[in-house]
Design a binder for this molecule. Structure first.
Ligand SMILES: [Zn+2]
Length: 237
């Protein structure tokens, strides 16, 4: 009984599975980094928007403060005119103007207080966003360092496994290779499946009894259900 092909296929399958695991590990870090970079970028965008908001509120507060001072000067001038009024009618007109301007300033003072509260709140939000950006950047740096520390090792493991896979594939019979290539290009490690008991390891369907016998005798066949190349682990021989 010749088990050579089943053994070779089992070894190839083992190498494919290891290689898949290593490749997944190697891709995981850069994928996570990309997600974190996008998160950092979003936080930086938020921070820039908050800086603009904060600045605009301060400008508004300053402008209102300036307006208040201008109005106070105007009221002061009106009070001098009031003292110099030459008739009751002129006095009443100036008095009315002073009352109106004083009322306007009172409204302006409320607006300034309101704006200053908004400036404070915007400043707190700004500081929180700055802290969030710093945390995100530190996370990103840590992950970048992790990747730089582990990626070369994973890549060299991958290279070693690919070489071992090539050597193992060289042991396949020539008439077997086209089917193997076609399936492994389509499914990678999933091209091959081990039969456990009488069950295909890819689709979990029971094999016909005769096929089970052939597989256990060391043949490598196509599963009639899922089309994968199936083999049984050979204990000895
Ligand atoms: Zn199957």
């Amino acid at each position: 009984m010749d088990n050579t092909l089943a053994k070779t296929v089992a070894e190839i399958h083992r190498l494919h599975l290891q290689l898949r695991e290593i490749d997944e590990q190697a891709e995981r870090g850069p994928r996570q980094l990309k997600i974190r970079q996008q998160a950092t970028q979003q936080k930086q965008t938020d921070l820039e928007a908050q800086k603009h908001k904060y600045k605009a509120l301060r400008v508004a507060a300053d402008q209102r403060g300036l307006q208040l001072k201008t109005n106070e000067v105007k009221i002061g001038e009106l009070r001098i005119k009031l003292n110099q009024a030459s008739s009751n009618r002129e006095f009443d007109i100036i008095r009315t103007q002073i009352d109106a301007d004083t009322m306007a300033n009172s409204v302006l003072e409320d607006e300034i207080l309101d704006t200053l509260e908004k400036v404070d709140a915007a400043h707190i939000a700004l500081k929180q966003l700055e802290a969030a950006v710093a945390v995100a950047q530190a996370d990103e740096l840590r992950l970048t360092n992790d990747i730089e520390a582990t990626l070369p090792g994973l890549q060299s493991q991958g290279t070693g496994l690919r070489q071992a896979l090539q050597s193992a594939e060289a042991g396949l019979p020539a008439d077997f290779i086209p089917n193997y290539r076609r399936l492994s290009q389509a499914y990678g490690a999933g091209a091959l499946a081990e039969v456990d008991g009488n069950i295909c390891g890819s689709c979990y369907v029971s094999l016909p009894p005769q096929m089970g016998v052939q597989i256990r005798a060391g043949q490598v066949l196509f599963c009639k259900t899922c089309g994968r190349l199936i083999y049984a682990r050979v204990v000895s021989g």
